[in-house]
Design a binder for this molecule. Structure first.
Ligand code: C2E
Ligand code: CA
Ligand code: CA
Ligand code: CA
Length: 277
């Protein structure tokens, strides 16, 4: 028994060390990535289920590492959140997304809302509202075409501050949505105090254990509507999932079934395809 224990401890140790080294290497390289222009923003279309039109684009960061290839944000965003780099990276993404959306509009594409993920650290910066305002001013994007995504867990702390910040953002004209909805524990009462315009149903409820999750999805849709919020389903991968969402009157969808996140140059065809509806 002792021997097995020791062995399992050793392998645990080794993998922890590896993880740690991997983290360190991501951290050093991430700092360089910014300088070396290795970061890029991809966009995933969001469609109105009723009209079939593209109404939004979510900005999702990509890191093209010179030797590792594309590193997934789920690998480096948590690290950037721990060491604070996310503040710089996140603001860069917001600026890129605003520039891109302005450019699409200037090219004559039907206007869409660009969605940007806001990390907890960014949201808790004292001057976050000023920063958003500055980016909008510098890029010339009309605030109504920017949506900031905060997560349900972020909305769970320091209620006064959250409500004030959300109100200030709304007064600027930007939209705020709650991302990964359903993974936290916010109650209807709690949620009703937040000036947010949309809930994003976490993709796990859409594409995993579909049968078990249908009741949850239905109730999130009904809850959003009773609070006068829109609701979007993430992670829609099949026609069946879309049909269910349509029957339940979900407003919007986002997922591989319609399109993966794409680099901006590949999105013009999506806009063209959208015109044909
Ligand atoms: P998220 O904000 O929940 O973004 C949705 C994720 O689901 C994206 O993963 C997207 O590519 C993926 N996805 C979209 N449709 C489908 C589908 O049909 N099936 C499945 N299985 N997945 C789908 P991605 O791009 O790897 O991003 C992962 C997470 O990294 C994001 O989750 C977000 O939390 C974070 N992230 C990405 N970009 C940024 C950023 O600029 N700032 C911050 N703070 N976080 C970011
Ligand atoms: Ca998101
Ligand atoms: Ca999400
Ligand atoms: Ca997520």
């Amino acid at each position: 028994v002792k021997e097995t224990q020791r062995n399992s401890f050793m392998s645990y140790d080794t993998s922890m060390t590896e993880k740690f080294e991997n983290m360190l290497s991501i951290e050093t390289n991430l700092r360089k990535a910014i300088e070396r222009d290795e970061l890029q923003v991809h966009y995933q279309p969001q469609k109105s289920i009723l009209t079939g039109k593209v109404v939004g684009m979510e900005a999702l960061i990509r890191w093209h590492h010179p030797t590792r290839g594309v590193v997934s944000p789920s690998e480096f965003i948590p690290i950037a959140e721990k060491n604070g780099l996310i503040v710089e990276i996140g603001e860069w993404v917001m600026r890129e997304a605003c520039i891109q959306n302005k450019q699409w509009q200037d090219q004559g594409h039907p206007p869409v809302i660009v969605g940007v993920n806001l990390s907890a650290l960014q949201f808790h910066q004292k001057d976050i509202v000023q920063r958003v305002k500055r980016v909008l001013k510098e890029t010339g994007l009309d605030p109504h075409y920017l949506e900031l995504e905060i997560t349900e867990s972020m909305a769970m702390s320091n209620e006064e501050y959250i409500i004030k910040t959300l109100n200030d953002l709304r007064n600027l004209g930007v939209h705020v949505s709650i991302d990964d909805f359903g993974t936290g524990y916010s109650s209807l009462k709690y949620l009703s105090r937040f000036p947010v315009s949309k809930l994003k149903i976490d993709k796990a409820f859409i594409n995993e254990n579909q049968e078990q999750n249908q009741a949850i999805v239905k109730s999130i849709i009904h809850m959003s509507h009773s609070l006068n919020m829109k609701v979007i389903a993430e992670g829609v991968e099949t026609a069946e999932q879309l049909a269910f969402l349509k029957a339940e009157r979900c407003d919007e969808m986002q997922g591989y079934y319609y399109s993966r996140p794409l680099p901006p140059e590949e999105l013009s065809s999506i806009f063209t395809r959208d015109h044909l509806h």
